[in-house]
Write a protein that binds this ligand. Structure first.
Ligand code: HEM
Length: 132
């Protein structure tokens, strides 16, 4: 799948998870929307992992960035799953903020990976044009 498509899927999943999460935060926990929120979060995490993996395979890819993508995504899933165990609205505000910030961090890491991949694709296209 192309980097551009995965990047768009990641952004859409983030926007959906964020909007639903903010609705929950205002106390409107619409139960049927919680699995949709979780699915959007999981799609976001897999997109970030995929982008992290792809950029690590570049000739000048960063293993460190791929590890950050892996760990951040894992933490989003672990903290997200722990939210579910708390009755609605009773979660500690600190955990809620950490949950939100991890989601924002994960999408930021995904964006860095995607821009590295797009830059590399642009550079190799320019190289091909020069050698023609
Ligand atoms: C982009 C990633 C995500 C963002 C931005 C995000 C954001 C939020 C926000 C702002 C809230 C409301 C405050 C709170 O209760 O913490 C929330 C609630 C919640 N989130 Fe997420 N979240 C994300 C990913 C996930 C994932 C991956 C899961 C599960 C695997 C998850 C499960 C939950 C649950 C169960 C709640 C509580 C709903 C309730 O109060 O019953 N979230 N999320």
């Amino acid at each position: 799948m192309s980097v551009r498509v995965v990047n768009m899927v990641m952004r859409a999943a983030f926007a959906l998870a964020l909007v639903l999460g903010l609705i929950f935060w205002t106390g409107h926990v619409v139960k049927p929307l919680v699995p949709l929120h979780m699915l959007a979060g999981i799609v976001l995490v897999f997109s970030v992992w995929y982008l992290g993996f792809l950029q690590a395979r570049l000739p000048r890819g960063s293993f460190g960035l791929a590890s950050i993508a892996g760990v951040t995504g894992l933490m989003v899933l672990i903290i997200g799953a722990s939210q579910q165990r708390q009755p609605s609205g009773s979660g500690h505000v600190g955990v809620q903020v950490v949950h939100l910030l991890l989601g924002v961090t994960a999408v930021g890491v995904g964006e860095v990976c995607a821009s590295r991949l797009q830059r590399a694709a642009g550079a190799s296209a320019a190289e091909r044009r020069q050698t023609r």
